[in-house]
Design a protein around this ligand. Sequence first.
Ligand code: CP
Length: 296
Amino acid sequence: MNKITSISSLEHDFLVNVFDKTKDIKSNWTNLEQIGLGKTICLIFWEPSTRTKLSFEHAAKKLGFTVLDFSPDQSSIMKGESLEDTLKTLVALKVDGFVIRHPEDQVSKKIANLLPDNVFYINAGDGNHAHPTQAMLDIFTMGEIENDLTKLKITILGDVNHSRVIPSQLALLNKLSCHDVSFMGPKSMISEKFRPLIEDSSANCLTDRNILFVLRIQKERFKENDAVDEIDFVKKFQVNQEFLDRTGFKGHIMHPGPMNIGAEITTDVANSKNSVILSQVENGLYLRAALLSLIS
Ligand code: CP
């Protein structure tokens, strides 16, 4: 198995190996085995990224890979070259593996089919469909909070409908038998397939939850008729100190990033001792190194 398109395509044993390898890499970061020496990896990001792109680049270099940073808008794609011909060209240039982010839903399946068997591939986010490595790093981080994931009580707050992280996260939590997940926010952001739903932020409604997973409003993925009342959302659901006091939430705060400070979360909460947002970022580095080690 050397192509990661979505969580649903991954075996339970492989996921356990990824988490074990991530722990191992985290404790040996300064002295990693150079498994990438002689191999070349190409990063192709059609959409902006800070965490995913740079953590893959840093992890790959740390493992000894040569890293090619392909910028679609500076490439022959701008002259009309297709995705298929671009990938064929890069394989001919002796690229051994790809990390690709693309705005098209489910394009990861097409990419995996286009690439030869011996070329590895990791989906770094495709449209609204999937962001498997974000889900893995999030759940690795949850596992540092509570080793027995089945005990976790998670509430996901905000714009679930436009998130590609959440479908991957729910698939992974399900594979790991963590089933106590609820959602919080207005119905306009959270469709009926995501239930149970907490539609208001009333007194003590989050007292029993361990994890509050906060999402920004992902306007870049809005379709023509999508609309949210941002002012009302901020008033009712912004995760600030008053919200935490009112809802009784005392667990850990997570966010996949990037945050829109002052919208879904405030600086003081993002920086508080209960926030593990930067641990998520750091764990992303180790987890992506682990994945590269296992599939390259
Ligand atoms: N969470 C996430 O994918 O962040 P970036 O867009 O910065 O990579």
